[in-house]
Each structure stands twice: as structure tokens, then as C-alpha cells.
Design a protein around this ligand. Sequence first.
Ligand SMILES: O=C(O)C(=O)[C@H](O)CO
Ligand SMILES: [Mg+2]
Length: 261
Amino acid sequence: MPRFAANLSFLFADRALPDRIDAARAAGFDAVEMLFPYEHAPETLAEWLKAADLELVLFNMRPGDWAAGERGLASFPHRSEEFRASVEEALRYAQRLGTRRLHALAGLAQPDDARAASAYRDALAFACDRAGPMGVDVLIEPINGRDMPGYHLASFERAAEIIAALGRPNLKLQFDVYHRQILRGDVIRGLEELMPLIGHVQVASVPGRNEPGTGELDDFAVFAALDRLGYAGFVGCEYRPLGRTEDGLGWMDRAAPLSRT
Ligand SMILES: O=C(O)C(=O)[C@H](O)CO
Ligand SMILES: [Mg+2]
């Protein structure tokens, strides 16, 4: 079964970050991911993670003013300096924390806005060229318009086209099973077709975005497909627990009965 990473922006969210880290370890995770690490110095985060023997496998570049509703900078031509600074900052964190995957959020701009599309490609090329020599992948994630209305990247086909067009080996797809099911369905076929492009997978039930196994999809069949396809990366648990996180982790025993100690 795949290796699961606890998303610390979603799981154990009723406590402070150091306690979330400890809780993830206590629950049997070896790896974690989070939306944004920037409230804490990288040295502090590195200490907390080391003490819990956890790997931080993914986080996002700064998205602009998240609290004000911004959802990324990469598709705004007039904010390219800010985007580039966010790449440098994320790479500083990644180097200190040993993180090999950074998600670049596109921002809220119509998918058919040609200036936004061109700025997005330029921004991704810059990020990849900076990250490549450091062994870091840049990820792009199609996000459904119900959760994020107006998001620039709302199509798996378009994500694949951008990856092909840019020709950067470290530009990868973040395949979130939850978004895929809402945007497109055909999840396992999507994994089969897109596997060579996939750098990270995330999971949550549909439609509730809760624990795997609580929605309309057979998430365990999806995990089995990842194994069959030889997926060697992580599956981020990016779901909203229905109750206390610990009380809802029974799905992990069903998914990977031998991996929790
Ligand atoms: O919303 C998601 O699915 C994500 O993975 C992003 O990081 C959004 O911020
Ligand atoms: Mg996601």
C-alpha cells in the first residue's frame, strides 16, 4: 500500500503545530505535509520534525493574501516579482527541511485568460529552473471550482498539456483524488494515463472531503491501483476529519494493515 502523509493543515487541527507533529507520529505516520510553513522559522520546524522523526514531503509556495481570499500568484503577470520571491523563500525552507516537492498555486484567473496562461507558464518555468538543481519538484494541482471558484487550473487535461509544453523534468502533477472525482471522475483511468507525470497524490472522500472510505468512491481500490501502477511517492491525507482525527484513523488499518506500528 502507498505511504501516507498526514496533512497537518487538515488533520489534528485542534492543536498547535508542535502537538500536531507529535500526534502524527503517535498515530503511526512517517511523513507529513502542510499548506504553508511560513509562520515558523525553518530551523524551528526542522527541530520539531526531527524530534518526531517525521519527513515533511510537501508544502505550498506562498499564495498571496490567503485570508483575503487569494489562492496563488503564478498566473498574475503584474505579480511576477512577488511570485519569484515566493519561490526563493519556499526553496530556502525546502533545503532546510529536506522537502522535495513544492506546490505552486496558480491563483484566481479565468482559465481562458491568455495573459494569465502565459504568466503561469513563465512562472512555472522560472520555479522549475530554480528548483531543479536543488533536486526539488514543482507541482501543479487541478482544483475543483466548487471548493475554489475561479481557480486558474481546473482541468487535468490542461495540467498535462502545460507539463508537456514546458518540458521541465521537475514539473509534476499533484493528483488530488478528491478534485479529480469532482472535476472529471474516472479516477483510476486518470491515474493510469497520468502516472508518468504524477509527483504527489492526495486523498479525501467525495463529496464530504472526509476520511477515505466515507464517500462515493472506493478509495481502497484507488490505493490498490496506485500499488499496481508502481507509484512510489506519498499519498497526502488532505481531509477534514468527521470528529477527532485519532478517532477516524481506522481506514489506515484497512489500507495498510502492516504499516502502522
Ligand atoms: O486544496 C487542495 O487540494 C490543495 O492541495 C492545496 O494545497 C490548496 O491550497
Ligand atoms: Mg490537494
